[in-house]
Design a protein around this ligand. Sequence first.
Ligand code: PBG
Length: 346
Amino acid sequence: MTSSAARAPWAPFPLSRPRRLRASPWRRALVAETRLAPSDLIWPIFVMEGEGREDPVESLPGVSRLTLDRALVRVEEAAKLGIPCVTLFPYVDSSLKTHDCAEAWNPDNLICRVIRALKREIPEIGVMTDVALDPYSLHGHDGILRDGRIANDASVEALVRQAMAQAEAGADVIGPSDMMDGRIGALRAALEAGGFQDALIMSYTAKYASAFYGPFRDAVGSGANFGKGEDVPKDKKTYQMNPANGDEALKEAALDLSEGADMLMVKPGLPYLDLCRRLKDAFGAPTFAYQVSGEYAMIQAAARNGWIDGERAMMETLTSFKRAGCDGVLTYFAVEAAKRLRAEAP
Ligand code: PBG
């Protein structure tokens, strides 16, 4: 194998002095290979019932669950900063959680009401949704539980109903995060049949069974009961991917694209940058990374202890996703990063 250094045409030192290109800000700007912009960011937000409230999520410093009126205010600010899209996650009251997860496709559920209000009040921003049953299930799993297993095909049926309710409410991007087999094809067929030809699907293509989702489960309230009860699987390893696998992500991506996905996502982000690059190189499709709750929380925790410069770590990690081939990033830093980028803009 030839290393890229051996193939490169550079003359040896001192004819080549790489530091020449780093010697001043204008030189560095001129030769920067990647650039991050507010238009690269998708902002995940947590919504809850009620009015006039923003409840901080303890394990996600700087992130709050928002009531609908507060979400409208915050999303309008995000739109003004040039953020093109938000993605919604619900905090669902435990009285609405059931074995069959029927609240997920109630056309008047919290998420559908928020979608309708956002599309009515702030039509210029894209609205993406989460398709998975974990906020609505008694046990915090993403699918339907039968005989101690997450039943694939029954789950896909439920997920299609959930996505159709979201599409009917006006969702622009359907984001299946469940990792059931065949769900992209089933969703695409239902959207076509329902007259939603322009509804985008961003598939959570390579979603790993990760330790980095902890704070998210607090935020949506699916953590407390997760895996509790007899015959309830204690983890999501039978549907989310094994962190040891990379080639398998290419198989998932090939299937998703053949089934009608418009965009691919890798999740979590930083520990899986190799997959961002591999998917982009192999398929050239719009590719996104989800910088998940645990990644965000780690940076915030270290910054709040004075151990790292949080703002620089934020910008460095977001830039690394672009360098790894991503077209954009889902990040809880979206608003802060967009503000910073606009302040820096010439
Ligand atoms: C559930 C879902 C999860 C996240 C997004 N959708 C958690 C999980 O799979 O357990 C995680 C996002 C984050 O950690 O920020 N379908």
